[in-house]
Write a protein of this length. Structure first.
Ligand SMILES: Cc1cc2nc3c(=O)[nH]c(=O)nc-3n(C[C@H](O)[C@H](O)[C@H](O)COP(=O)(O)OP(=O)(O)OC[C@H]3O[C@@H](n4cnc5c(N)ncnc54)[C@H](O)[C@@H]3O)c2cc1C
Length: 417
């Protein structure tokens, strides 16, 4: 069923009785050409692009819970292409272009809103670093504008410009950055993949990976054994555990990251804002809630809930920057499990096991990567060749030390993680 304004009108007139489920609920087949482990944003996008770009059909996505229940439905929804380092820069630029065509491509409203991202800076040194980052973004073909203090004040009059400890010097403004509705992205890719015949198998946890003579032959699941010619591991915070099923030890640590939402308010924050002197970022959802977050909880864990000291730290940073939010009541908070890589950049690569592929290490920035990652991982799995924008995301860089992409400021910091 194609979604459109006419469809909404027609269904409304017919009592909304004609809507069809967005995807099927098939039984697992005994064998697939390709099995994707993990029904998050990256796994679903991979399945979609395998079908759409490479004409493959005999594919299953195996999800241990429900589609969209992982980090793809838990993040603070920021979408941007403001990376500085070669390797990351072209990848996120490619991903943002896919975002810009996503709703047409999927025929699904993911509420992608290019409302602009402003990274505040608070010292001369930080301004110089942001100027360099902005130049790298422009060289990559993306957009960046360096605003001075008055330029920021015109856009964000409600910030505290009188605070003397961390005065606001200006901001790096990225107009094409913004937000999207996170779980709709999972649902849109799920529906798109299903329409190409991909089997989406929920409540299907992978408990074993079968390897014979150095080649993957299938997986063991809670819904039975499934044979496969190729298997992709795309399980975000569970990457270490699932790779261990194939005897691999990954350079990944799993950490908790929290998000917070207030009661619904009238529109007040038009952009995405990040604080340069504390780990705090904020936007306002279409329902009116202020959506904000901070840093990791700083201990490894598989619990999808956070600790109170970090909640206090985040709220303090927010109050320092925009005291007006102190009047809002916080409604909800939750945690997600981040797959932190040592250099803050991801892995999209083959493994030493023939037919077994790995996609992980997205740290706390993998939502904006969903379309680019799915596209590049599908390219790798279908052709056994690295897709150019993601060619630097090799696993062996952590063994050799060559090609590390230490994107400080957006990825993990060695001294902290
Ligand atoms: C609080 C928070 C805020 C964030 N904010 C942002 C942001 O603003 N911008 C941004 O770009 N990124 C952000 N991120 C990061 C982003 O959400 C993640 O990097 C990204 O969603 C991870 O990829 P995914 O969607 O595929 O993961 P997930 O949705 O977690 O998908 C992985 C799936 O694998 C499944 N799985 C695990 N083990 C198995 C198994 N054995 N068998 C079968 N299935 C299995 C899980 O159930 C899960 O559904 C944030 C994350 C959090 C938690």
């Amino acid at each position: 069923m194609r979604y459109s304004g006419w469809q909404v009108l027609a269904q409304g007139l017919m009592g909304n009785k004609g809507w069809k489920p967005a995807w099927r609920d098939p039984a697992p087949k005994p064998e697939y050409d390709i099995v994707i482990i993990g029904g998050g944003g990256h796994g679903l996008a991979t399945a979609f692009y395998l079908a759409k770009e490479h004409g493959l059909r005999n594919i299953a996505v195996l999800e241990k819970g429900y589609l969209g229940g992982g980090n793809v439905g838990r993040n603070t929804t920021i979408v941007r292409a403001n990376y500085a380092l070669p390797g990351n820069s072209e990848f996120y630029s490619h991903s943002l272009k896919l975002w810009e065509g996503m709703e047409q491509e999927l025929n699904y409203n993911v509420m992608h809103s290019q409302r602009g991202v402003l990274n505040l800076f608070h010292s001369d040194g930080q301004r110089d670093a942001y100027a360099r980052r902005g130049n790298a973004m422009i060289n990559q073909g993306d957009d960046a504008i360096l605003l001075d203090r008055e330029g920021v004040r015109k856009k964000l009059p409600y910030l505290d410009y009188d605070q003397t400890r961390f005065p606001i010097y200006g901001a790096l403004y990225h107009p094409r950055g913004g937000t999207a509705r996170h779980d709709a992205v999972a649902w849109g890719y799920a529906r798109g993949a299903d329409q190409y015949g991909v089997d989406l198998l929920q409540k299907c946890e992978v408990t074993g990976i079968d390897v014979e003579n150095g080649k993957v032959t299938g997986v063991q699941t809670t819904r039975g054994a499934i044979r496969a010619k190729k298997v992709g591991i795309v399980v975000a915070g569970r990457s270490g555990q699932v790779a261990a099923l194939a005897g691999m030890r990954l350079p990944i640590e799993s950490h908790i990251l929290q998000a917070f939402v207030t009661e619904g308010l009238k529109p007040v924050i038009d952009n995405v804002i990040t604080y340069g002197m504390g780990h705090f970022y904020i936007s306002q959802s279409d329902k009116g809630g202020l959506v904000f977050g901070g840093d990791l909880d700083f201990y490894a864990s598989y619990a999808a809930r956070g600790n109170l000291p970090m909640a206090e730290h985040v709220v303090e940073a927010g109050m320092t920057l925009m005291p007006m939010i102190g009047k809002a009541r916080m409604l909800r908070s939750w945690g997600g499990i981040m797959d932190m890589s040592p250099d803050g950049s991801p892995i999209i690569d083959k493994t030493h096991i023939d037919g077994l592929y790995l996609n992980c290490g997205w740290c706390y920035g993998g939502f904006k990567a969903v379309p680019g990652s799915g596209y590049s991982f599908a390219h790798l799995m279908a052709t056994d060749m690295h897709h150019a924008p993601a060619a630097g995301f090799r696993l062996d860089r952590f063994a050799t030390g060559r090609g590390l992409m230490d994107e400080e400021g957006t990825g993990s910091q060695h001294n902290l993680h």
